[in-house]
Write a protein that binds this ligand. Structure first.
Ligand code: AMP
Ligand code: MG
Length: 271
């Protein structure tokens, strides 16, 4: 079995050219193989989440980023479908409200982080503050350039205080994005996903690529690594995210608390 975490991890300090990374890489796996593999991973993820919850001491935070239609919603729906809703916290970050803008940009993010025992999933994240904010000139260059250091320090804090942080960039090709945006226009079931703003971002594709490359290079750390996940094939994307998340849970090795009971006494107390 290929080690997907090794294959897709951005080595800290390395430089990234997204154009050189294949959005259709299948890691030598087939769709049929992946069906069974994913099933197994989901079952194991469920068991480990239960233990994480029971242990109640640490948390897991999964960050999903990617261009429009890269599959952030689909990944949450499929890769994490075996998680117990109780103990899972999904947060989607939209343009900040005026209340949020009255605080620093990490305020809403810190507040949305998983509690001890929870799995948190971010659909977009604090990275928008060095992505859309940079490309759309929503803050000065001086302002957003400082943020990489803040973000690394923030993620270090989460790590030191018991939250394991995993960050996935869903790497979609511009051609595949075109197909998916067309589907959103033609398929009534997908109309709700259609947002004319996505066309604007598509026109700024190269600027987003540059902004993503900087974020991946500056903020992939040992304590909070970035993974670049090939996203043109949904089945590979879903499996890779699930597998790498399970790896992290296995490394955390959460322990069920032992309850000290005298079985005979406890039985006697039941009527
Ligand atoms: P969606 O994920 O399709 O629901 O869209 C959410 C929108 O919110 C996207 O257009 C993001 O670029 C935008 N957004 C998220 N975070 C921020 C932020 N910090 N500043 C500005 N826009 C943001
Ligand atoms: Mg969208």
């Amino acid at each position: 079995m290929p080690d997907l975490a090794d294959r897709f991890r951005v080595a800290p300090g390395s430089s990234i050219r997204l154009a050189d990374l294949d959005t259709r890489d299948d890691a030598g796996l087939t769709k049929d193989q992946v069906r069974d593999l994913l099933d197994d991973v989901q079952k194991k993820m469920f068991v480990l989440q239960r233990r994480l919850h029971a242990e109640g001491r640490r948390a897991l935070l999964v960050v999903l980023q990617g261009m429009d239609a890269a599959g952030k919603d689909g990944t949450i729906r499929v890769a994490f479908s075996s998680l117990n809703a109780q103990g899972t916290r999904v947060v989607s970050f939209k343009a900040p409200t005026s209340n949020e803008l009255d605080h620093d940009y990490l305020w809403r993010v810190h507040n949305a982080c998983p509690r001890r025992g929870e799995v948190g999933i971010f659909n977009r994240s604090h990275y928008e503050d060095v992505l859309v904010v940079r490309v759309e000139d929503l803050a000065s260059k001086e302002t957003w350039r400082r943020r990489y250091d803040h973000i690394n320090a923030f993620e270090r804090l989460l790590h030191d205080e018991g939250t394991v942080v995993l960050k996935f960039f869903l790497h979609l090709s511009k051609d595949e994005q075109r197909e998916r945006l067309l589907e959103r226009i033609h398929d009534p079931e997908r109309h709700f996903k259609f947002n004319p703003g996505d066309f604007d971002s598509r026109r700024k594709w190269d600027q987003y690529v540059e902004a993503y490359q900087d974020a991946l290079e500056r903020c992939s750390t040992d304590h909070a690594p970035w993974y670049v996940i090939p996203a043109d094939r949904n089945w590979l994307r879903n499996y890779a995210v699930a597998r790498i998340t399970l790896d992290a849970l296995e490394r955390m090795d959460p322990q069920l608390p032992t309850v000290k009971v005298n079985v005979a006494e406890a039985e006697a107390m039941l009527d």
